[in-house]
Ligand binder design. Structure first.
Ligand code: CA
Length: 220
């Protein structure tokens, strides 16, 4: 799961990036609104954390353009305590939630899980295809009698599959989901992750689709 963070305050951005990475997200950080808006056109990210007071293009304009393109990307707006009007405008422009600075990163993570879950149309926080289930709050995966706590990367991999059971994901799509811009990706990284998820949960959890990629089965 790959998150775009648009925030010009380096201290906040650093703290949020560290927390997101610890929680198994890949994070790309930009410092101005114009850059954020351009990058969002590439549709590489699964959620946006958007500071409203940004140089070059303010956060509300970034949001207006995003929703103007009919993007349904989950967006959490980051606002200062006194920016009540902006917060309301943000919600009216289609932000999914907001958080007020200074905030606790754990609260931000919980809000992020909630907007991503709602976006996927799931009422329950636990993702499942009926065979394997995954709890985003604890990174615990279960398959029959087996349960295991996944590493950050293993979690990201299985999460990407469980968001779309029955859909084949190719290597490049998985790499985009799991790794940020500044991360080196070894050529066999995805194979290694699939191997370790299978070792923890069983061989059949992730299916090979020859020449195309991998998938988890669709619920029966
Ligand atoms: Ca700012």
């Amino acid at each position: 799961m790959r998150i775009l963070l648009a925030e010009d305050d380096a201290m906040i951005a650093e703290a949020v990036s560290v927390a997101l990475k610890d929680a198994a997200y890949a994070v790309d950080w930009v410092r101005d609104g114009a850059m954020a808006s351009g990058i969002l056109e590439g549709e590489e990210h699964q959620a946006l954390l958007l500071d409203l007071g940004l140089p070059k293009m303010d956060g509300l304009e970034v949001l207006r353009r995003l929703r103007g393109r009919k993007s349904r990307l989950p967006v959490i707006v980051i606002t200062a305590r006194d920016e009540i009007d902006e917060r309301i405008k943000g919600l009216d422009l289609g932000a999914d939630d907001y958080i007020v600075k200074p905030f606790d990163v754990n609260e931000l993570l919980a809000r992020l899980r909630a907007v991503i879950r709602r976006h996927g149309g799931q009422a329950s926080p636990v993702l499942t295809n009926g065979i394997v289930s995954l709890d985003p709050a604890t990174r615990e995966a279960r398959c029959g009698e087996i349960s295991a706590i996944l590493s950050a990367r293993e979690f990201s991999l299985l999460h990407a599959f469980l968001l779309k059971p029955g859909v084949i994901l190719a290597r490049t799509e998985l790499e985009e989901r799991i790794y940020g811009w500044n991360e080196e990706v070894e050529s066999n990284a995805i194979d290694f992750l699939i191997h370790s998820v299978r070792r923890k949960l069983g061989q059949d959890v992730v299916k090979n689709v020859r020449g195309a990629g991998w998938m988890v089965e669709k619920p029966a």
